[in-house]
Each structure stands twice: as structure tokens, then as C-alpha cells.
Design a protein around this ligand. Structure first.
Ligand code: TPP
Ligand code: MG
Length: 219
């Protein structure tokens, strides 16, 4: 990288209001998520754990989102690839491993759910269900509670682009738009839903859907 490039890079994160310490912390969580992921893939292929769904390539969006939230008050409804996110809001690699090995001390579900079904009461991570995007109406419910109880927190929910075609997403988004609820709905678009490429899943832009429900969209 040229010296000009380096100067620009430093300038860019400062322009976003991020300190050197914060971007280093973000990088630490991205790397931790990647290392955790790679280890789980090895463990799964070696027959030591039953199941692993990879979040490789999605770490930056996940960690960036976590750093944009109030990590002392907000409620989170992540989806199964969100290792970077849950690590950045306080879950430990040990806790994730307890889940991978289905141990009773696993705070996510006491080892009863498949890995990737995050849940952690102390960290306000709301347990997820296996049918995709059911977490969207759940997150909207948390946001409704915030509004009704006049509390300051927001709820934050993620899901894949394929799942954004499910009814749960549309019903949740519509309700949130009508009632102007404090929920952030983030689609992690990795271009595939299992083996189905995005051009066979939907024809418009996912972010445009926000406008149809009356709230702002960001890509
Ligand atoms: C309601 C429902 N239908 C189907 C499935 C099976 N399923 C699990 S993941 C997945 C693909 C989801 O793709 P996408 O939303 O793009 O998320 P990605 O895995 O690509 O992150 C499907 C169809 C499911 N879990 N729930
Ligand atoms: Mg996808």
C-alpha cells in the first residue's frame, strides 16, 4: 500500500468516529470469529462435533453491526452464521465451544439446540428457532415492548437474503413500519440460499423493500 493509501485508511475510520483502539478491537473479533469457524469445520470433519454452519466472509458486517449498537442495553436476535456478532457482544469462544460439543453448561441452550442457535440471557441474545426468519417478528415484538414500556433499547435482527422471501420477514417489517418501532433489520446477503443463487430467489433489491414498509434502507 502506498503511503497515501495508508493515510487515507487512517483518515476514513477517524471520519466515521472510530478510534484506533476500536478498529483494532473490531479486527480482533473478526479474526476470532474466523479462527473459531475454521476450528469448528475441522472438528466437524474429524467427527468430533455434529454440526457447524460457517459464517466465513460475513464477519465484517457482523462485527461492524455489533459496534454500532448499545452493547449494554440493546436486544439481539442473530441468525445461525453470526459468530462475529455474538463474540463482539460478549459471548466467549468457550461458550460457543460448549454449544458445539453439546455440553450442559452451554449458556445458549444447555447443549439441547443445534450449534448456531444462539441465546444468552445475560447478553440479551434472544434464543432463535430453526425455521428461518421467525426471529424477525420476535425482534419486532421486543421493539414493541420497548415502545410500550418507554424504554430506550432497540432490537437488532439478522437473516439471510433467501429467508427474506419468507412471510415472517414481511409481516414483521410491515408491523414495525406501521407502529414505528425501534428495530434494526439487517439482511446478510451472501448471494446463495443453500444451492439457490440470488437471481433465482428474487428480482428486486432487498434493501428497496424497506421503502415499501415505510422505513429507511441502507446498503
Ligand atoms: C422455514 C424454513 N424453510 C427452510 C429451511 C431450511 N433452510 C435452512 S437455511 C436455508 C437457506 C437460507 O438461505 P439464506 O436466507 O440466504 O441464508 P444463508 O444460509 O445463505 O446465510 C434453508 C432453506 C428452514 N430452516 N426454515
Ligand atoms: Mg444467503
Amino acid at each position: 500500500m502506498s503511503s497515501q493509501g495508508t493515510a487515507d485508511a487512517v483518515h476514513r475510520h477517524q471520519q466515521l468516529g472510530l478510534s484506533d483502539g476500536e478498529v483494532l478491537d473490531m479486527y480482533k473479533y473478526m479474526l476470532l470469529a474466523r479462527k473459531f469457524d475454521e476450528r469448528c469445520l475441522l472438528l466437524q470433519r474429524a467427527g468430533k462435533i455434529n454440526f457447524h454452519v460457517s459464517g466465513v466472509g460475513q464477519e465484517a458486517a457482523q462485527v461492524g453491526a455489533a459496534f454500532g449498537l448499545d452493547r449494554d442495553h440493546d436486544y439481539y436476535l442473530p441468525y445461525y452464521r453470526d459468530y462475529g456478532f455474538v463474540l463482539a457482544v460478549g459471548m466467549t469462544p468457550r461458550e460457543l465451544m460448549l454449544s458445539a460439543f453439546a455440553k450442559a453448561e452451554d449458556p445458549n441452550s444447555g447443549g439441547r439446540q443445534m450449534p448456531g442457535h444462539f441465546g444468552h440471557k445475560k447478553l440479551r441474545i434472544v434464543t432463535g428457532s430453526s425455521p428461518v426468519t421467525t426471529q424477525v417478528p420476535h425482534a419486532v415484538g421486543f421493539a414493541l415492548a420497548a415502545k410500550m414500556k418507554k424504554q430506550e433499547f432497540v432490537s437488532f435482527v439478522t437473516f439471510g437474503e433467501g429467508s427474506s422471501n419468507q412471510g415472517d420477514f414481511h409481516e414483521g417489517a410491515n408491523f414495525a413500519g406501521v407502529h414505528k418501532l425501534p428495530v434494526i433489520i439487517m439482511c446478510e446477503n451472501n448471494q446463495y440460499a443453500i444451492s439457490v443463487p440470488i437471481h433465482k430467489q428474487l428480482s428486486g433489491k432487498i434493501s428497496d423493500r424497506a421503502q415499501g414498509y415505510g422505513f429507511p434502507d441502507y446498503v
